[in-house]
Write a new protein. Structure first.
Length: 203
């Protein structure tokens, strides 16, 4: 049986695509709006046939700064259900631009990266209107950090490992919540308190 979290990382990628593909950006960022959004490893053989923005998911790990040990308690008419807090998972993408055609491809690349940076930096948390699939309605809101200083510690080593040449890039890290256990960990009958008050009679 499929679980609630089995597509969340894919849904996050689709959410980022929805942000960069937003048609309301077409007037302000026409080059970005015309580019296709892909998610391929930027290895040496990567050679898109049309201008592309590539979001390569290169790291997935727990966001320990947002870790919570507080269980969630929900009540119905008869029971109190205790649920373990979800894992807060940070997904990091390497964003690169791949222009096709035109003149001065390096400058086109810089322009596309500038536009992607401006668009993604607008959102310290991702608005609910962009969320896709299992992320719809997820709380708390998904924080996004763009171009952080320690995003890719050794770019040259990274590109060498991929067998490709060093090129400019942006990192974007989004934290999602992932349920890793049965939603109901424990059921506890509600304690009903009865108060009996005795009042003495006056003599």
């Amino acid at each position: 049986m499929a679980s609630m979290g089995d597509t969340m990382i894919r849904d996050l990628s689709e959410t980022l695509r929805a942000i960069l593909d937003d048609q309301r950006l077409a007037d302000s960022f026409p080059e970005l709006n015309a580019a296709q959004i892909v998610f391929d490893p930027p290895v040496e053989s990567f050679n898109p046939s049309q201008t592309s923005i590539n979001l390569f998911l290169y790291d997935i790990r727990e966001n320990s700064q947002l870790r919570s040990n507080e269980p969630t308690l929900t009540r119905d008419n008869h029971n109190a259900s205790i649920q373990r807090p979800p894992l807060r998972i940070a997904c990091s993408y390497l964003i690169t631009a791949w222009p096709v055609g035109g003149t001065e491809p390096a400058l086109q690349e810089h322009q596309l990266l500038s536009q992607a940076l401006l668009v993604l930096s607008k959102f310290p948390t991702i608005p609910g209107s962009y969320l896709q699939g299992k992320l719809v309605g997820q709380t708390p809101a998904l924080p996004m950090i763009v171009a952080k200083s320690d995003g890719l510690k050794d770019p040259s080593e990274f590109w060498t490992a991929l067998g490709n040449k060093l090129r400019p890039s942006i990192t974007a890290t989004v934290t999602i919540s992932l349920d890793v256990a049965d939603p109901i960990v424990e059921e506890t009958p509600l304690v009903k308190k009865h108060e009996i008050r005795l009042e003495g009679r006056a003599a």
